[in-house]
Design a protein around this ligand. Structure first.
Ligand code: MF3
Ligand code: CO
Length: 287
């Protein structure tokens, strides 16, 4: 979400009840299922409107609603079912028939749904066919930073612990954190307190409590941290015109482990999934 855009800032973070956590799990599962199926659908030669329409259809099939379509920011209303951002588009891209995917492109597929009053929000950037090795590295580092960050989403830890972990990993790799957009609390609303920046100092910021639900979503660019808005009023573009990446999960803060709610289809358990993802980071550092 846009940095600073939570309008009614109550500064009170909502911890979810047992029942609400169950509903969050269900919403997370559906959001992940739609994202997974939609990612498998993407092919070179497709237009982004085709992908968005498929996203809407997948949501229909599951009986869930898009939380993007109709989302208001000031007087503007988001028009698509999903956010589809290609290459230098960082976030909030709108599906259009003119935008045709070509081999070598990357596309961020951001799926955000509402089910039984609760939100599930997740995103992945995928290569379209073969991409430049440096772009592939951008995707890998951004995804890794998500897992390295969300490992810090623990009871009594601070928001800055997540922020710092994400920032350090990305900058060590030589890439730039986009600072205009941040992660966020989530629940009945798409954007709740607290904001979760992808940059900051450990030991600072609001303290996590078990039962808080948050979306962690690093947005990373090859060179520049800055964006400019496209004429459509929604799409954020990297000012350097270089490729950018965006990965997101909805996570429940736990006592000694985070619980990823947006697990890909077929993955049963958050702990082993996270462990596997973090082990792959280890591999990269070792090689
Ligand atoms: N993951 C995105 C965010 O939190 C989803 C935005 S939906 C939109 O900003 F409608 F705001 F575009
Ligand atoms: Co989000």
């Amino acid at each position: 979400m846009l940095n600073g855009s939570i309008r009614k800032r109550n500064k009170t973070v909502i911890c979810k009840s047992f029942k609400d956590k169950q509903r969050m799990r269900e919403a997370g599962k559906s959001a992940a299922l739609v994202l997974d199926r939609l990612c498998k659908f993407v092919r070179p030669g497709m237009s982004t409107i085709e992908i968005d329409e498929k996203g809407g259809q997948l949501m229909d099939e599951l009986g869930v609603k898009s939380a993007c379509k109709g989302y208001r920011s000031g007087h503007r209303i988001f028009p698509s079912y999903t956010c589809l951002s290609v290459n230098d588009e960082v976030v909030h891209g709108i599906g259009v028939k003119e935008r045709i995917l070509r081999e070598g492109d990357v596309i961020s597929v951001d799926v955000c749904i509402r089910q039984n009053g609760f939100i599930g929000d997740n995103c992945r950037t995928l290569p379209v066919g073969q991409v430049d090795p440096e772009v592939e590295r951008l995707l890998k580092v951004t995804e890794e930073s998500l897992y390295i960050g969300l490992r810090q989403a623990l009871h009594k830890y601070r928001v800055g612990d997540v922020s710092h972990a994400v920032q350090t990993h990305v900058e060590k790799a030589g890439f730039a954190i986009i600072t205009n957009f941040v992660g966020h609390g989530v629940g009945r609303s798409l954007h709740e307190d607290p904001q979760i920046p992808n940059f900051g100092r450990s030991g600072t910021g609001p303290q996590f409590r078990k039962g808080m639900a948050i979306c962690i979503e690093p947005m990373v660019n090859m060179e520049s941290s800055h964006i400019r808005m496209a004429k459509d009023g929604w799409t954020a573009l990297a000012v350097d015109g270089k490729y950018s990446a965006h990965f997101e999960h909805t996570v429940l803060v736990g006592e000694d482990r985070p619980e990823i709610l947006t697990l890909p289809e077929g993955v049963m358990d958050s702990d082993s999934f996270l462990e596997e993802k973090l082990a792959q980071v280890g591999d990269l550092i070792a090689s």
